[in-house]
Design a protein around this ligand. Structure first.
Ligand SMILES: Cc1cc2nc3c(=O)[nH]c(=O)nc-3n(C[C@H](O)[C@H](O)[C@H](O)COP(=O)(O)OP(=O)(O)OC[C@H]3O[C@@H](n4cnc5c(N)ncnc54)[C@H](O)[C@@H]3O)c2cc1C
Ligand code: SF4
Ligand code: SF4
Length: 832
């Protein structure tokens, strides 16, 4: 369900409508701003803090709704935000480093603020072992804030008021918490106070307080004593990377538990009891709502293999000048080393995206008050760890093409912004010839690395029959955008239609197409393929296409009424791309260069580039398609400034900061439009001209499409700027139309006719499936066997490799482990 529908459920006409139980983070901004104290922060049924308005006390001033960070979209940024600086760091005080969760950076920041006469607000455990934000004025009390408490912390209705009063007196204040909490304080204050330092921790999500209560009574029952303290990250026994949980009981006795054997940490790390809002966190993005972010620097051993990290290392992200200045003042107390941002976040994706919700999450929360003991309950729910998504998208996002992967990213991001979780289905292993498949699944390509950082993807589907298992994870299936219905794309693949047309979906699942494309003005299926495709298309609940020509194909060949909507790259907000762009390894100066992106270089296109260079008289950055034949394309271009190993982040960054864009790619042109860059698009008929014409006609940009240098000269395109006010007004209304369509189809019931079609298709699929059952099982086992073999091989290589190579191999090992891990639930289920 989406935020809108939750909100509309509240039947209190004039009382302000705040974030709901499903979206509220408990940040307490509303409770603190309320002039009549009508709002309190209470535990909801699942054990998370939520706001509650007492209607009788509410004077309808609406101040609370205005500060609620969940309800504020924030203004669309004019220019892309600056990239944060990333550092590895730790306290030089060995005791502090040892007692802290990561490298002890929090304590050093806090000490500095206290020594400057300031106050620190952070999280301590109370007698009940519940976490709450408290205000600290001296170094002795600081110890209670040290160490991460892996549970949601309580913010009362006075704490922001006290901070505001201190700031009025010009007292330096350090506020630490999760990003949603710093966003709450920022929104409450409504201004950037020079005396306030906001410092958030990288946040995996917060587990339920009910889980902590159950854990506490479980441990007390086992020990026969009152549990007095929990240190979630104790390093003494096995060091930072394998930190244990240390429990202190009444009388001072202690117990140290390996997190792998600890029910609480198992439930936390497997996301079994996280707050619902954490699965679609709105605060782990850019521009970030704090001056500094602290986290663990996971993967630092790969960057600096000789460093001794047993005692811990912090990752520090600096977002503002204020944060940078403060960090500079600590230089005598800390070790600090600048690191590349993309490397720093490679093993810590919690900062970039939320973790998916596992299927058993709600059941686990419901059963916390039941009769099963906590270990029994966690064991039971560990079997339902398959994640659950609202929408599963089939597309060509994996195909080593910048436009394709960003198209997938945008579809996912747009759905997330609407309040839906989404996953991209990984059909790369089914994508045609062996060489294609190997390239598309190679975890070391820039595309797979982008996917690891930014995308939610399913395990690779080694066989078309794996797709059927997705019915257990996904509620709605969607054919994604781009050339997903272009049967020529994966030539020779008999089964391409089986997944691109969602044949595997169960009859009760909704099927939709989001701006899908046939790739050409005509559908090139043969009559037999067309008959099959028709049967599958008729099972769709709603179909939208990207080009106007596709509407005709649908109508004339398949008897289906489609809707024409914009390519998904226009459907998410620009800040989603700004975030990606910040992780570009090379951060460029604004508008100083000409950016080109050519999929198919030719003599004519090179002439256009050279002419543009001579007129604009600026530097050039040339980007080529990395799908196949990069070397021969580079040779053909033969121009200085061609980027090698271009990451997806760098691709966006290069366009976003350029002065002018020249491209023969549809998505190259789309990103020039999104970033309001003047551009020339050189027609690329081999890859289908329809999409260019269709989009440019809608936006009134037909004159930007050229075929030769003469046309560029005649139209004076290099000196005629695009009227982006007009273009963006059109995009806004087309975007709204597309999002409304999507919202409507995701909420609508299936029609009885479509339901009948789905059941017919399901019967047909079932008949065929039973014939291949054994073969399928053998293939699945062989995939797991092959992966296990690769894992052992890569581990052997790591042991023998030079430190430089070890980093890359470490990544490969990580990915294989992930793939293996995601296969396990499938196997376990079959056994059951
Ligand atoms: C719920 C949670 C999830 C986290 N997930 C990740 C992650 O996925 N990846 C990662 O790199 N780091 C994560 N961290 C952060 C990490 O565990 C450390 O807290 C952080 O690196 C600071 O460590 P330190 O050594 O500098 O200081 P420490 O002394 O260890 O940290 C204490 C700081 O954390 C704050 N804090 C403690 N508990 C809470 C809480 N419940 N809510 C809000 N703030 C709290 C305190 O106010 C204080 O500022 C998470 C922290 C929490 C609380
Ligand atoms: S301001 Fe914070 S606590 Fe209040 S409703 Fe919004 S998210 Fe919840
Ligand atoms: S994941 Fe996001 S919403 Fe959840 S506690 Fe962390 S910052 Fe807040």
């Amino acid at each position: 369900m989406t935020q809108e529908s939750y909100r509309s459920k509240r039947n209190v006409a004039d009382v302000p409508v705040l974030a709901t139980a499903h979206t509220c983070t408990g940040c307490a901004a509303c409770a603190n701003i309320c002039p009549t104290s009508a709002i309190s922060i209470r535990l909801n049924a699942d054990g998370f803090y939520n706001s509650l308005i007492e209607e009788e006390l509410c004077i309808r001033c609406n101040k609370c709704a205005k500060v609620c960070p969940i309800l504020q979209d924030g203004p669309e940024q004019e220019a892309p935000p600056a990239a944060p600086l990333a550092y590895s760091a730790w306290s030089l005080d060995a005791a502090v480093r040892e007692q802290s969760s990561s490298g002890g950076m929090f304590t050093e920041l806090a000490r500095h603020i206290l020594q400057s006469g300031g106050i620190v607000v952070g999280v301590a455990l109370d007698e009940e072992l519940h976490a709450r934000h408290v205000l600290v004025r001296d170094e002795q009390s600081l110890a209670s804030l040290r160490g991460a408490k892996y549970t949601q912390s309580f913010l009362d209705h006075k704490i922001f008021r006290e901070i505001a009063q201190e700031l009025k007196k010009k007292t330096p204040v350090l506020f630490t918490g999760t990003a949603c909490q710093t966003a709450g304080l920022q929104s409450y204050l409504g201004r950037n106070d020079p005396n306030l330092i906001l410092c958030d921790v990288i946040c995996h999500g917060v587990p339920s307080i009910h889980l902590l209560d159950r854990y506490k009574s479980h441990r007390e029952q086992m020990a026969g004593k009152k549990l007095e303290h929990i240190a979630f990250r104790h390093k003494e026994r096995a060091g930072w990377q394998h930190s244990h949980v240390k429990l202190t009981y009444e009388g001072g006795s202690t117990q140290t538990v390996n997190p792998a054997d600890d029910v609480y940490m198992q439930a936390f790390l497997n996301d079994l009891c996280l707050n619902e809002t954490c699965h679609n966190c709105q605060f782990n993005d850019f521009p970030h709502c704090s001056d500094l972010t602290l986290g663990d620097f996971w993967g630092l051993e790969h960057l600096h293999p000789t460093w001794d990290l047993r005692q811990g290392a912090s990752l520090v992200l600096v977002h503002t000048d204020k944060g940078k200045e403060l960090l500079g003042q600590l230089k005598d107390r800390i070790f600090l080393s600048r690191e590349p941002l993309d490397e720093a976040l490679f093993d810590n994706v919690s900062f970039l995206r939320s973790w998916p919700e596992p299927r058993g999450r709600q059941a686990m929360l419901d059963e916390l008050s039941g009769r099963l003991s906590l270990p029994e309950l966690v064991r039971k729910r560990m079997d339902s760890l398959l994640p659950r998504y609202d929408v599963g998208i089939v597309g060509l996002w994996y195909s080593c093409n910048y436009g394709a992967i960003l198209n997938g990213y945008a579809t996912m991001a747009a759905l997330n912004e609407m309040g839906y979780s989404a996953v991209l289905i990984d059909t790369a292993p089914l994508s045609g010839s062996r060489s294609k498949m190997l390239r598309y699944t190679d975890t070391l390509t820039v595309f797979r690395q982008f996917a690891k950082r930014w995308l939610h993807t399913t395990p690779p589907m080694a066989h078309p029959r794996d797709l059927a298992r997705l019915n257990e994870m996904v509620d709605v299936f969607a054919s994604g955008s781009d050339q997903v219905w272009n049967i020529g794309y994966n030539e020779g693949q008999q089964h391409i239609d089986d997944y691109s047309l969602l044949r595997f979906a169960n009859p009760e699942k909704k099927r939709i197409a989001i701006a899908s494309s046939f790739g050409h003005a005509n559908d090139i299926r043969n009559p037999q393929q067309m008959r099959r495709a028709k049967g599958m298309l008729q099972c769709y609940d709603a179909v939208s296409v990207r080009e106007d020509s596709a509407l005709d194909i649908l109508r004339s060949q398949y008897g289906i009424q489609g809707t024409h909507i914009l390519d998904p790259v226009f459907l998410c907000s620009r800040k989603k791309y700004d975030a990606v762009s910040l992780l570009a390894p090379v951060q460029r100066t604004e508008q100083t260069y000409l950016a080109s992106y050519l999929l198919d270089p030719s003599v004519g296109k090179k002439a256009v580039l050279q002419y543009a260079q001579s007129v604009l008289a600026c530097q050039s950055v040339h980007m080529l398609d990395a799908q196949f034949d990069f070397t021969s394309k580079k040779r053909q271009m033969d121009l200085p400034g061609i980027e090698e190993n271009l990451t997806v982040e760098q691709f966006i960054h290069n366009i976003a900061h350029s002065r002018y864009v020249i491209t023969d790619s549809f998505h190259g042109a789309c990103f020039a439009i999104i970033y309001q860059r003047d551009f020339i698009c050189i027609g690329n008929a081999e890859r289908g001209a329809g999409r260019f014409l269709s989009l440019f006609k809608q936006l009134g940009l037909q004159d930007r499409l050229v075929s030769s240098v003469d046309e560029v000269v005649a139209k004076k395109l290099l000196t005629t700027p695009i009227d982006y006010r007009r273009v963006h007004a059109t995009i806004s209304s087309l975007k709204q139309y597309a999002l409304d369509w999507l919202q409507k189809v995701l909420q609508e019931q299936a029609s009885p006719r479509v339901q009948m079609e789905k059941e017919r298709l399901a019967r047909e699929v079932k008949r065929k499936r039973s014939c291949f059952s054994l073969l399928y099982r053998v293939k699945r086992m062989s995939a797991v066997y092959q992966l296990s073999k690769s894992l052992l091989a890569v581990r052997r290589e790591i042991r023998q490799a030079q430190p430089v190579v070890r980093h890359a191999l470490g990544r490969r090992e990580w990915v294989i482990k992930q793939q293996l891990r995601t296969y396990l639930p499938f196997l376990r289920q079959r056994k059951a």
